[in-house]
Unconditional design. Structure first.
Ligand SMILES: Nc1ncnc2c1ncn2[C@@H]1O[C@H](COP(=O)(O)OP(=O)(O)O)[C@@H](O)[C@H]1O
Ligand SMILES: [Mg+2]
Lengths: 222, 438
């Protein structure tokens, strides 16, 4: 069973009444316990593809399966539930809430997960903070952290509800070499522990960590 | 999402966005204060004008002297004039005796009342019981707040709330009034049939009894008039001059040259009353203009301010757009997000309204001090009693606030705030995730 599958996927955007084709007949499968690198030039549609997989955007035509389940026809609320349970996002710009501390940022996704109570929420947060090595930064605000630390908070937050899929959109785009390696190692580790990790990037460093490299070019994925 | 979680998240947002929320709260508070304040002035003036218009004394033309033989004929002629509510003769107008009721004594007051005649037309509107009909005898209408004393309330010594007697307590019961002349004392029992709003009629010491009963009591006391006077009650203050002119044209009255004859020391009731009505009419016109200006000011400032609030709200929501995107990514549904933000805004509205009421009370206090200390003391002694009395009533303006208006305007305020928030959020949440996160 594959974690994610896109069958005959097309994506078009309407710009000033003109159709632009971004994804053109995509057929791809993503498995558990693997790290994927999707490479491509800027504007090639990498973010669009990742957002579609993450149920944040929709295919114009074609099928998206997550755990063999058809996603396209689901209601917004059901999609939100899939995002909460199955998917963790990591972005180039981190997207942390600047008014929340490290702990609070990590905890925020847990509030809508009925499996947590107050105690297990705190335990989980603690575990995640340890995992990304930010024990001394618990009550710090994002502006007090370095880029690498911010991205580690974002990864911890992405793992808040134990998702099996991690989608990372240029996660090292704003980081220096050292931090890039640190983040990639964390992501690699997550894939080795059974998760399906998809990294979108145009940095060649990712290739060293990837189990499989895919290239997006003129709407086609090879 | 559980209600408890919803509250927790809404409170969290209040805290996280405290700087922006502080500005919004201040803005909303100011809007609410201005709405309440303008509403108060508008309402108070309306009430004041209403009470003046309802006050029979201010709609009275008097006292015209007639030869007894022509009396009935003239009375009929006057009664036929349009805008004349009633014509009262000397027997029907006042009871020429002291009037006291032991039942109305409280905290050292004498129980003195000033009975006035009424027919079905001129009887005040009742808030309980029924009005006087033309067949009634020995019935009485009381104010809901009674202050029965031989000294009328002064400008400076206001009556304490505990000094009032409740008129409602007498409804359906009997009230004994003692009538005293130099020769005689008569105790007469009245059935209390109705209660009028003392605030609306600006009167706490006047019970109304049927006109014919006034006449009967005067006869019983052996009152003999030295001359035949007549008093004319006009339906509206603004019609006073018109009726006066008609009476003059019909040759029923002689023209009185008010300005030349009137002076502060004059005790001639004819001149004073007419003079008073004249002043009242002018000030009522002015007040009505002020009232209309205020209505326009209220509406336009409310619209401008609400517009401002909506713009601030849009601005805030767009600035916090990324937050919404993050919540979406984390798996919050659009509904969850809306609920949290709406609850946050309800909290903001409530906080603003609470502070607005506090601010409004302070403003009222300041206005009261200005009215009581500056306006009143500056005018005492230099103006006629009539003006003083008006100022006394005007000084009550800052004390009243229409509860209905406050509740409705504040509810509308909250609804507009919440609705605009909801619609902006809806618009943002519908966008592509890339646009939300931008
Ligand atoms: N919401 C949108 N509306 C219209 N065009 C879009 C939208 N999102 C992306 N595009 C277009 O789709 C193409 C791919 O964008 P994107 O997926 O962001 O590329 P990448 O992440 O590889 O740089 C670009 O040409 C972009 O202009
Ligand atoms: Mg991109």
């Amino acid at each position: 069973m594959s974690k994610i599958e896109i069958i005959n996927g097309y994506k078009e955007y309407l710009k000033k009444k003109e159709k632009i084709s971004v994804l053109d007949n995509i057929n791809v499968k993503f498995e558990k316990e693997k790290l994927y690198a999707i490479m491509g030039e800027s504007g090639s549609g990498k973010t669009t593809l990742l957002n579609i997989i993450g149920t944040l955007d929709t295919l114009t035509q074609g099928k998206l399966l997550i755990n063999d389940k058809e996603i396209i026809n689901l209601k917004d609320e059901e999609k939100a539930k899939i995002r909460m349970k199955e998917i963790g996002f990591v972005f180039q710009n981190f997207y942390l809430n600047p008014n929340m501390t490290v702990e609070e940022n990590i905890m925020q996704p847990m509030y809508i997960n009925p499996e947590y109570n107050r105690i297990s929420m705190e335990e989980k947060t603690e575990e995640l903070i340890k995992m990304v090595g930010l024990e001394s930064r618990r009550t710090h605000y994002p502006k007090e952290l370095s880029g690498g630390e911010e991205q580690r908070v974002a990864i911890a937050r992405a793992l808040a509800n134990n998702p099996e899929i991690i989608l990372a959109d240029e996660p090292t785009g704003n980081l220096d070499k050292n931090n890039e390696i640190k983040i990639l190692e964390i992501l690699k580790d997550l894939s080795q522990k059974g998760r399906c990790v998809i990294i979108v990037s145009h940095s060649n460093k990712v290739i060293e960590y990837a189990d499989k490299v895919l290239n997006l070019k003129e709407g086609k994925l090879e | 999402m559980k209600v408890k979680t919803l509250f927790k998240l809404a409170v969290q947002r209040l805290k996280y966005n405290r700087k922006r929320n502080f500005i919004i709260t201040i803005l909303m508070m100011l809007i609410a204060i201005i709405i309440l304040f303008l509403g108060m002035i508008q309402y108070s003036i309306t009430k004041y004008v209403e009470s003046m218009e309802n006050n029979m004394e201010l709609r009275t033309l008097g006292d015209y002297l007639y030869i007894p033989s022509k009396y009935q004929e003239i009375k009929n002629t006057i009664n036929n004039i349009e805008n004349v509510e009633m014509v009262v003769d000397e027997f029907e107008r006042t009871i020429h005796a002291g009037q006291e009721s032991k039942q109305l004594q409280k905290n050292g007051t004498t129980g003195t009342v000033f009975l006035k005649p009424a027919n079905s037309k001129s009887c005040p509107e009742v808030i309980e019981g029924r009005k006087i009909s033309n067949n009634d005898k020995y019935v009485i209408i009381l104010p809901n707040k009674i202050y029965a004393n031989n000294q009328i309330e002064g400008v400076n010594n206001q009556i304490k709330e505990s000094d009032y007697i409740s008129g409602e307590d007498f409804l359906g019961k009997e009230l004994s009034i003692e009538f005293k002349t130099d020769e005689k004392t008569e105790i007469i029992k009245f059935e209390v049939i109705g209660i009028y709003d003392s605030e609306k009629y600006n009167d706490v010491s006047t019970p109304y009894i049927p006109m014919n009963t006034v006449k009967m009591i005067n006869e019983q006391l052996g009152y003999e008039p030295k001359a035949y006077f007549m008093t004319i009650v006009v339906d509206k203050i603004e019609n006073l001059e018109k009726v006066q002119k008609e009476l003059y044209n019909a040759g029923i009255i002689q023209e009185t040259k008010i300005e030349e004859e009137a002076s502060e020391d004059t005790t001639d009731s004819n001149i004073l009353e007419t003079n008073f009505s004249h002043v009242t009419n002018i000030s009522l016109k002015t007040l009505n203009i002020i009232k209309n200006v205020l209505v326009v000011a209220l509406l336009s400032s409310a619209i401008i301010l609400l517009f401002l609030l909506i713009i601030t709200n849009i601005n805030k929501t767009y600035l916090l757009k990324t937050d919404l995107g993050i919540l979406k990514i984390e798996g919050y549904t659009n509904k969850d997000i809306q609920k949290i933000i709406i609850l946050e805004n309800i909290f903001l509205c409530l906080i603003s309204i609470i502070f607005a009421f506090i601010g409004f009370k302070i403003l009222q206090l300041i206005m009261n001090i200005i009215f009581e200390n500056i306006i009143q003391t500056n005018t005492v002694g230099i103006t006629a009693m009539a003006i003083k009395e008006q100022i006394y009533y005007i000084s009550k303006i800052p004390q009243s606030l229409d509860i209905k208006f406050s509740v409705i305007s504040m509810a509308l305020f909250v609804i507009i705030e919440i609705a605009s928030t909801y619609l902006i959020n809806k618009k943002i949440l519908k966008k592509n995730i890339k646009k939300i996160l931008e």
